[in-house]
Design a protein around this ligand. Structure first.
Ligand code: 5GP
Ligand code: ZN
Length: 112
């Protein structure tokens, strides 16, 4: 996807502060954090959002959630707690049309 910001980050065309990377996923700090710790976890495969997930993506999805726990450890929020969010579509405010999971933590998060 040529004009996808996250595909550019994966390719290294846009720099990012990486937290974790393997063959299938990348985690990096959000450029505009809304919590003390704000990390984005993305698949390297361009998937527009959760809505576009297919049966064939089930291993990838499991891998992402497995690694979210490890990434939470790496950035120091596993013990204190964290929130995982994936925005889908217009009403959610999804700005980047490449599936991503926000990990928010490092402080008490608003409940509403
Ligand atoms: P969304 O609103 O689509 O769920 O979240 C997109 C997130 O990507 C936002 O929190 C935004 O700050 C972040 N973001 C957008 N462009 C970049 C970028 O170039 N680098 C990084 N590190 N984060 C980005
Ligand atoms: Zn993309």
């Amino acid at each position: 996807m040529e004009d996808c910001v996250f595909c550019k980050i994966i390719k290294g065309d846009i720099p990012s502060k990486k937290v974790y990377e393997d063959d299938d996923i990348l985690a990096f700090y959000d450029i505009n954090p809304i919590a003390k710790v704000h990390v984005l976890v993305i698949p390297k495969k361009h998937i527009t959002s959760l809505l576009e997930l297919k049966e064939e993506d089930k291993d990838l999805l499991f891998h992402i959630f497995n690694k979210i726990n490890e990434i939470a450890e790496i950035v120091g929020v596993a013990k204190t707690g964290f929130r995982v969010i994936s925005n889908v579509g217009e009403d959610s405010g999804q700005a980047v049309k490449h599936l991503h999971f926000h990990i928010l933590g490092g402080e008490k998060l608003p409940t509403r």
